[in-house]
Write a protein that binds this ligand. Structure first.
Ligand code: IPM
Ligand code: MG
Length: 365
């Protein structure tokens, strides 16, 4: 099979983690006899610097012409004061929109080897396995009106809108229930229905969609309570369904369960081409130091093989290789907790070796 992949390294540690993921993709392609065509495109702050836009037209065209998009991270403090439209994050949001990627899947898995890396008690996190289904194209991120209100040349007010249509809620709810059917059959739908109209509608619509999935148990949970339960009793969760901003916040919190935000991958689906990216940011403070953890990006590459190319065995090969590298005691700085660490590239190499090392013999593949 030919794997036609658009790769968007982005800013900060993005390029470093992306090059490790690219190595691993090439290794798994070699092992399973696939052809890889990787084309790089600019996005984020560096694209503003070089092309005057965080999302150049050629990037959108290239992504839409590919079989899947793998992205590193965008952003950096030097761009903080950029006006709207010229922020690195606008590039990412614009890309999500261009790809119609409304369903963001963020699996949170606790590897036994990393239980000690979580600040939570081992008995709380052991065996935890949940999936955050985050709505990605609505809510505060995209609704209008939004903006600043000026008076006599001074900003007097700033405002955003949290709006959801029935159709937007329905389509993301279906994704969550379908995922739950293949998992442990539970959906926790997150809202703030005690205060917000958009959440009241969210609750009603999710309730209605739930009727199509009689085998899935639905609970509604207020976002503040969900934030507490995620660290109090994370194993009670199977699928967590949330609107855009709630999902953004809860997924960073859930990363703590896994030991490090550097571990978590994501897949953004729903449109013609899927977008795969780690959930962490560009971490400008450690960019270029070799301290970044590439495993979230490598795990995103595994999700890409699974969802974009339907290559389940290849995806598992990468996930097993990640597990094996961890089992060998290999740790990047974020996971170390006092023990010796290896660099971003060494971790990438270790995963490649583990991927290749388990080459199946003829007939087995
Ligand atoms: C994420 C990030 C992005 C988001 C930022 C970089 C715009 O935090 O993917 O979680 O808020 O969606
Ligand atoms: Mg985030």
């Amino acid at each position: 099979m030919r794997l036609n992949i658009a790769v968007l390294p982005g800013d900060g540690i993005g390029p470093e983690v992306i090059s490790e993921a690219a190595k691993v993709i090439r290794a798994v392609a070699e092992k399973f006899d696939h052809e890889v065509a990787i084309t790089q495109y600019p996005i984020g702050g560096n694209a503003v610097d070089d092309f005057g836009s965080p999302l150049p037209e050629a990037t959108i065209t290239g992504c839409l012409a590919s079989g899947a998009v793998l992205l590193g991270a965008v952003g950096g403090p030097q761009y903080d004061k950029n006006p709207r439209g010229l922020k690195p994050e606008d590039g990412l949001l614009g890309l999500r929109k261009a790809l119609q990627a409304f369903a963001n899947l963020r699996p949170v898995i606790v590897y036994d080897e990393l239980i000690a890396a979580s600040p939570l008690k081992p008995e709380l996190v052991k065996g935890c396995d949940l999936l955050i289904v985050r709505e990605l194209l609505g809510g505060l991120y995209f609704s209008t009106p939004r903006g600043f209100e000026e008076e006599n040349g001074q900003t007097k007010r700033a405002f955003n809108t949290l709006s959801y249509t029935v159709a937007e809620i329905e389509r993301i709810a279906h994704v969550a229930f379908k995922a739950a059917e293949k998992r442990r059959g539970k959906v926790a739908s997150v809202d703030k229905a005690n205060v917000l109209e958009s959440s009241q509608l969210w609750r009603q619509v999710v309730e209605r969609v739930a009727k199509d999935y009689p085998k899935v148990a639905l609970e509604h949970i207020l976002v503040d309570n969900c934030a507490m339960q995620l660290v109090r009793e994370p194993r009670r969760f199977d699928v967590v369904l949330a609107e855009n901003l709630f999902g953004d916040i809860l997924s960073d919190e859930a990363a703590v369960i896994s030991g490090s935000i550097g571990m978590l991958p994501s897949a953004s689906l729903g449109g013609p081409v899927g977008l795969y990216e780690p959930i962490h940011g560009s971490a400008p403070d450690i960019a270029g130091t070799g301290k970044a953890n590439p495993l979230g990006t490598i795990a995103s590459a595994a999700l890409m093989l699974r969802y974009a190319f339907n290559l389940e065995e290849e995806a598992r090969a990468i996930e097993n290789a990640i597990r094996e590298a961890l089992a060998q005691g290999l740790r990047t700085a974020d996971l170390a907790g006092g023990s010796a660490t290896i660099s971003t590239a060494e971790m990438g190499d270790a995963v490649c070796q583990a991927t290749l090392g388990k080459r199946p013999t003829a007939g087995e593949a």
